[in-house]
Ligand binder design. Sequence first.
Ligand SMILES: O=P(O)(O)OC[C@H]1O[C@H](O[C@H]2O[C@H](CO)[C@@H](O)[C@H](O)[C@H]2O)[C@H](O)[C@@H](O)[C@@H]1O
Ligand SMILES: O=c1ccn([C@@H]2O[C@H](COP(=O)(O)OP(=O)(O)O)[C@@H](O)[C@H]2O)c(=O)[nH]1
Length: 481
Amino acid sequence: MTRRVIVVSNRLPVTTSIDKNGQYNYEMSSGGLVSALSSLHGDNFIWLGWPGIGVPQEDRESVSRDLKSLFKSVPVFLSDELSDLYYNGFSNSIIWPLFHYHPGEMNFDDESWEAYTLANRLFAQAIANIYRPGDVVWVHDYHLMILPAMIREEIAVKTREPLSSVEIAFFLHIPFPTSEIYRVLPVRREILLGVLQSDLIGFHTYDYVRHFLSSVSSILKLETTPVGINYDRFVSVGVFPIGITPSRFLEPLKEPSVLNRINELRAKFGPVKILLGVDRLDYIKGLPHKFHAFDIFLSEHPEWEEKVVLVQVAVPSRQDVEEYQNLRGVVNELVGRINGKYGSIEFTPIHFLHRSLDFKELIALYAMSDVCIVSSTRDGMNLVAYEYIACQEERNGQLILSEFAGAAQSLNGAIIVNPWNMEEMAEAIHTALTMSDEKRQETHGMMFHHVSKFTTQFWLENITKEINRIEKEKKLQFEKD
Ligand SMILES: O=P(O)(O)OC[C@H]1O[C@H](O[C@H]2O[C@H](CO)[C@@H](O)[C@H](O)[C@H]2O)[C@H](O)[C@@H](O)[C@@H]1O
Ligand SMILES: O=c1ccn([C@@H]2O[C@H](COP(=O)(O)OP(=O)(O)O)[C@@H](O)[C@H]2O)c(=O)[nH]1
């Protein structure tokens, strides 16, 4: 694609911070999406999003200048109160729990909805300010579901272009729930009508597409086909499972500092097998389920006591949201109980790290462990599963993967479990630990092949092809009319 792409996401790929001297500092994130976009579009894309901190009015001009010149990024400034209600409130206390099948945790209130609407409006105005005819606007995720409709309105005001001429793609990174759950949402119509102003709507799995289409047909009474919706024009939907950029992991894994760290960690644990979990501390990640399963495993297989540890990295997340604070207490209590039950002065069964890790430490852990456990009760995709497989070429580590993570639809070779069935998960731990070398090699090989083939780059190219196809069709239609 040679046209300019405006990538829009809640967070910019740059972390902005302010030090005690009032100096602004910026750090580019090294995420897979950022590097893949740079390679695909070269200089042809601009990123637009919230800088993640409140920036006082008088500093906004200089911060905008820095972000534009250093990172080709355009900030959308939100006041602290607005960002709290839009991000912690509507996005993470209403859409997030509902779309992950936790309606009980949903706290709907009109004030958060108004904040969501206003924040999306500010994003749309910022897009209209930089939009040039011919640009593609690519919106990401649940924080911005009503943005597509607002983009058309704001650009029409600014450029007097017809509403339909702007090309908009939307990608949802989280699950779209069954229509029986979705219809609980008080603003279910508004959200659907907002996102339906996209030309293309992408999801990670076929199930999410199916659920979306059935919500559209039952709530809006629109005619749908397996590939889209007949609205005032045809809105395409498609399955585009995201991947990772394996070289981001494979290259640094060869560095001496990382190899040393792997050896150091292996020496520390000696013959003890290592089960690994890496998750944001989020109630969708099924951490209590994982700990209960580990407890059952140790009680049913006492021969493994002191021969296996669970290293759980729990990255702090959304700590201003009440449900996340409650989870911390639950998890701390469980870890304490299990460590008290099976531990000794010399031995701790669960190593619980409530912090984020430096990238090299993370890949060293991925590479030196024997089994990774992903126990999400729902998860859009789960990239940790992919990253673990990429780092396990040497040891052929096994992956225990929840059937409720999007990744379970693609990673053939993983030991698939229902995290609610903790007996089954305990047995999966036993299976993974006792698997023959040949079987380990075979199953890891299948997963490694998948992770190497279906990369972030592949994901981007597929979406780009689809955007180009839709654009061509639109042009033909325009010529016919
Ligand atoms: O930005 P935060 O509130 O700190 O949250 C982090 C991200 O969490 C979500 O990730 C999702 O996208 C992943 C990639 O497609 C997918 O693997 C995972 O299953 C999803 O949960 C969220 O959707 C992102 O917007 C957040 O940045
Ligand atoms: O200390 C850490 C541990 C993990 N990750 C990254 O967090 C992401 C988690 O993505 P995933 O899709 O598994 O779940 P999400 O957190 O997006 O729901 C992965 O890329 C990890 O490498 C991180 O940034 N810091």
